[in-house]
Design a protein around this ligand. Structure first.
Ligand SMILES: *Cc1c(COP(=O)(O)O)cnc(C)c1O
Length: 357
């Protein structure tokens, strides 16, 4: 790692911390944030941890006009011994750089970014909530800041990391959801930006989500953008099906976002000798499996929920109830194991954990 200094100016006034049982997702932020800037002359420079506060940005800054931005999402967990730890942060920083490449944003030093996250979390460690299932969500992101209305890559950027204490995703235990298969809108196509974690992907997905939310669905299941035939993702999670004893997840194809949780689920299943396959899977195949009674489980995977079991899929007026609407055995086992590793309640044979203290 290049020797680089992080300047620190600490907040003189600390904010009151929210009560753990009232925590929502992403509404409250800690006392500090990390920032660094990019210019062509200086590269990434002026790394600093400063009090959390609003930014002053030129209205002509390119981020507001052409959406050149990328982000990440990971968490810090508190162990039973009150040690703070991260889960596979190097995977998030690798992905941030892949997103950067796709969006013509200059790459960051991944090791240095992890060091910055560790130092920031250490400073705001008191903000990591302590009750069961809670954590400190970490949101690194990069925005283009050059004031210029020409359509071109910005010549200036800011990298920021903010922290938000989040409540338990499942307040009454892991809980299956109803999902609508999306037949009108698509999330991404090969050659587009679906593989990158960039803001525009989420803006374009809102409408589909809003339309089904009114009908009581938690999320949409996205199909491929060309034929609307093959399963891609569920909301902003990757998706898994268990059919006749085999766990199947769509193969990365240029339009699917490669989740860190997805990768961890695959590794865990292999470790357990549960058959797991990455391949194309069509909705037709899922429907057939449901018809002949071999669709045993379906679930989503992502950092926020870890695992989200799918109790029902609705596709072209057909309701496919999965595992009687109950959480499946594999979903539960993966959820229990991943969370136990993340919270330091179980040993970590994969070396996924990065300690902060
Ligand atoms: C972030 C994200 C995921 C899940 O990634 P994790 O690294 O597991 O949190 C899956 N799909 C989309 C579209 C995402 O934005």
């Amino acid at each position: 790692m290049k020797e680089r200094i992080i300047q620190k100016s600490l907040a003189s006034n600390k904010k009151p911390k929210p009560q753990t049982d009232q925590l929502e997702f992403g509404r409250v932020f800690t006392d500090h944030m990390f920032m660094m800037d990019y210019t062509p002359e200086a590269g990434w420079h002026d790394a600093r941890i400063v009090p959390y506060e609003p930014l002053t940005i030129d209205p002509a800054a390119m981020i507001f006009h052409y959406g050149q931005s990328v982000f990440e999402g990971l968490k810090a967990y508190l162990t039973p011994n009150n040690e703070a730890q991260l889960f596979r942060p190097e995977k998030n920083m690798e992905r941030l750089n892949r997103s950067n490449e796709r969006l013509c944003i200059p790459k960051i030093d991944e090791e240095f970014a992890i060091e910055a996250i560790k130092q920031l979390v250490a400073i705001d460690k008191e903000w990591i909530p302590t009750s069961e299932g809670t954590s400190l969500y970490i949101r690194p992101f990069i925005i283009s800041t050059e004031p210029y209305l020409g359509v071109a890559p910005s010549r200036r950027y800011t990298f920021i990391v903010i922290l938000s204490p989040v409540g338990a995703y499942y307040k009454e235990g892991i809980n299956p959801v109803k999902i609508a298969v999306e037949n009108t809108f698509v999330r991404a196509v090969k050659g587009g930006t679906g593989e990158a974690k960039t803001g525009g992907n989420y803006a374009s997905g809102l409408m589909a989500q809003e339309l089904v939310a009114d009908k009581g669905f938690a999320q949409v299941l996205w199909l491929d953008g060309v034929e609307k035939k093959y399963v891609e993702e569920v909301g902003s999670m990757n998706v898994f099906f268990k059919i006749n004893g085999e766990v199947i997840t769509p193969k990365l194809n240029g339009s699917i976002l490669e989740g860190v949780t997805r990768n961890s689920v695959i590794q865990l299943l292999k470790y357990w000798n549960v058959p797991v396959t990455e391949r194309k899977i069509s909705m037709e195949e899922v429907l057939d499996a449901h018809k002949n009674g071999t669709l045993e489980e379906a679930f989503g995977s992502g950092t926020a929920a870890v695992i989200s079991p799918i109790g029902q899929l609705t596709w072209e007026e057909k309701d496919l109830v999965i595992n009687e609407g109950q959480t499946g055995e594999i979903a539960k086992r993966v959820y229990d194991t991943l969370t136990a590793i993340q919270y330091g309640r179980k040993e970590d044979p994969f070396h996924w954990i990065v300690k902060i203290d």
